[in-house]
Design a protein around this ligand. Sequence first.
Ligand SMILES: [Zn+2]
Length: 180
Amino acid sequence: MVMLKCQVCGYIINERKLKDVCPACGSKREVFELYEEKISNKRLKLLEAHIHPLFVHFPVAITLIILILSILQFFIASNLRNAILNTIYILCLLLPIFVLMTILFGILDGKTRLKAITPLLKQKIILGSVFLILSIIILVLAIISLEVLLLLILFLSVVCFICGGLLSKIGGTLICIIKP
Ligand SMILES: [Zn+2]
C-alpha cells in the first residue's frame, strides 16, 4: 500500500484513493509526496483504537433518546408514562458523564493526531464545552423537577443534538490527519 502526504496540510491518503485534489485542503495532486511511516507505534495504536470516535456516539445517542422519550410521554397513559419519565431521568444523570469522557478522549485523540491545538480542534473543544454545560443544565433541571421542566429539557436536548452534529462534522475531517 503506497501512502501519500499533502505537503500543504499534512493529509495522509492511500495513493489509490487520491483524486485530482486533496480531500482536506483542496490543493492539487502534485503537492502530494510519498509518505513514509514516521509515527511511533504507540501513537498509531492509540489512534487506531478509535476511542474518541467510538465514544462520541454515546452522548449523541443519549440526547436523541431523551428527545424522543420527552415527546413520546405526551401521548402515553400514566403507568407507562412514569416509566418513561424515570428513564429520561436516568439518562439526564448519565449524560454529563459521557459528554465529559468524550471530551477528554477527544483532546487526547486530537493532541496525539495533530501534536498541537489547531484552530479546528479549538473550535471542537469550545463546542464540546457548550455541550457539557448544556448537559449539566439538563441534569440540574431534571433534579429540580423533571416533569415540570420537561419542555425546557426537550429544547436543550435539541440544541445538544445540533452541537453533536456540528462536532462530528468537524471531527470527520480531522480523523484523516495524522501529523508525523
Ligand atoms: Zn491538503
